[in-house]
Design a protein around this ligand. Structure first.
Ligand code: ZN
Length: 508
């Protein structure tokens, strides 16, 4: 490849060397061609020189030829100190420095002028006038003006607020805020008024100034929440909102010495929601057994439930769990829900609040000790549990569960009656009450399979109370599971809300 390039370039170069004569002669040196054509062969041995320069140099002395070859004419001579005789060339250096200085000065001046212009433009921009509307009248103000400046320029007449005591008595008239301001339909606070800067095109409405309250010291006192009940329904009551304290400040004015009580934070009531679960889109029913565990019935129930693959809920008495802890454990081990039926089956509406609390908490402790299960679900004995009872529970429970269908098995009415009582008004959300303790339960042992078969044949699914509560969809999981406790920042109420007391009184 390289050989080809070389061999093809060689002849071309040779040809080019000859061409300058051929091209230049007809144009620049017309008429000399004939003489040049007669030049001897020896003279034509320096063709390269002619290629660089004018043909006028074609006849220098042979002595100078080597130095000229290939270099622009005279270039070397100028650099040599021997050539200082050439004045024109000697001053070429200083003159070009002076030119550069002149140029630098010109650029610098341009930059300074440009900077001054930009700065002027910037100063104008940051102080430019803008239009605003002040109480319906158009006005022109400097951008960035404060509302104080705009107000002062407006010569509007509004009444300043007063300087007042903590008890709202006037200490100094008209020594409050000079004006109030509504900017683009937003009422500004005192702080916002001070910080506001005009941007342009605002609609500003100045009005009477607000009062300024004196500084004060205070002592704060918690405001206790009330207990309140919501909704209606007998079968399910649960805590839908925990109570939280508010704050009351006892204020003493630094200037006036006046005092005032001010609520700075409202208390949040503890709310018990009552409802009867009802489902349109699924058929759920809960079987519940009270007063156990008992020998031999609890085990017989567990065997029947296991045979049908049914989960149920057992409300155990603490006394009986102490007697049969292994039965309580088996209830849990077989996947049923174990809840609290109090320690000794006292009617909670007939005892003091302290007894309510101890009946619930002692039994819960016994159940936890026997099974490891912490339960905050109770079934109150006889289904008796009022708002007053809730107050007594002291935050130890999250739900109280009654029933919609009573088997009346405690009447020993016969197997068929227990079955028909249990399934009376059966609906999705039903909670059926039966007993595994408290007496002869042999009729229940016969009735239970019939109840299960009848309900299953109608498409019902048996679930625990916890799952029935989950199906409601609005009850917090820790309440559904029965494992929830009162949050650390919550407080249990000491009183029932005045509204609930009045409603109970009017209901008789
Ligand atoms: Zn009972």
């Amino acid at each position: 490849m390289a050989d080809n390039t070389h061999s093809s370039g060689g002849p071309h170069t040779t040809g080019a060397q000859g061409n300058p004569y051929e091209d230049a002669d007809p144009i620049t040196f017309d008429g000399q061609r004939s003489r040049r054509q007669n030049v001897s062969r020896a003279q034509r041995s320096y063709p390269s020189r002619s290629a660089y320069g004018s043909p006028r140099y074609a006849q220098p002395s042979p002595r100078r030829m080597p130095s000229q070859g290939g270099a622009p004419s005279g270039a070397r001579g100028h650099v040599s100190p021997a050539s200082t005789g050439n004045f024109g060339h000697t001053y070429t250096g200083p003159r070009s420095i002076r030119t550069r200085r002149k140029t630098s000065f010109g650029i610098l001046a341009s930059i300074i002028i440009l900077a001054i212009l930009l700065l002027s433009a910037l100063l104008w921009w940051i102080n430019r006038p803008v239009r605003v509307t002040v109480n319906g009248n158009e006005a022109q103000v400097r951008v960035g003006s404060t509302l104080d400046e705009v107000f002062a320029a407006s010569s509007l007449s509004v009444r300043p607020g007063d300087y007042v005591s903590v008890s709202d008595n006037v200490i100094k008239a008209e020594k409050g805020r000079r004006f109030s301001a509504l900017v683009n339909d937003e009422q500004l606070s005192a702080e916002q008024i001070d910080e506001y800067r005009i941007e342009g095109d605002e609609a500003i409405e100045f009005g009477d100034g607000d009062n300024v309250t004196e500084e004060f010291t205070y002592e704060s006192e918690p405001i206790m929440p009330y207990l309140r009940m919501e909704g209606s329904g007998y079968s399910l009551q649960y805590i839908s909102q925990w109570g939280r304290t508010g704050e009351l400040q006892h204020r003493v004015g630094k200037d006036s010495g006046h005092t005032a009580d001010v609520v700075t934070k409202e208390a949040q009531d503890c709310v018990i929601t009552c409802l009867d679960p009802y489902f349109e889109d699924k058929k759920l029913v809960a079987l519940t057994f009270d007063d156990g565990p008992a020998d031999p019935y609890t085990e017989q129930y567990l065997e029947i439930l296991g045979r049908y693959g049914v989960k149920a809920t057992f409300f155990n008495l603490g006394d009986n769990v102490q007697a049969y802890p292994q039965l309580a454990r088996r209830i849990v081990e077989e996947g049923h829900q174990l809840c609290n039926h109090t320690m000794a089956h006292n009617q909670l509406t007939a005892v003091d609040n302290q007894v309510v609390y101890s009946e619930i908490t002692r039994s819960a402790a016994v159940i936890e000790e026997a099974t490891g299960i912490r339960t905050a679900h109770i079934r109150p004995p006889y289904g008796s549990f009022t708002e007053r009872s809730w107050l007594g529970s002291g935050g130890s429970i999250t739900a109280s569960i009654n029933w919609t269908g009573d088997s009346k098995d405690w009447e020993l009415p016969g197997v068929d009656a227990i079955v028909s009582n249990s399934l009376l008004n059966l609906h999705s959300g039903s909670i059926i009450l039966m007993h595994d303790g408290g007496g002869d339960r042999s009729q229940d042992v016969e009735a239970l399979p019939k109840i299960i078969e009848q309900a299953q044949s109608e498409g019902y699914e048996f679930v625990t109370v916890a799952d029935l509560m989950r199906a409601v969809g609005t009850i917090p999981e820790e309440v559904c599971s029965g494992t929830g406790t009162m949050p650390d920042d919550a407080v249990w109420p000491e009183e029932i809300s005045p509204e609930d007391i009045a409603a109970a009184a009017s209901a008789g």
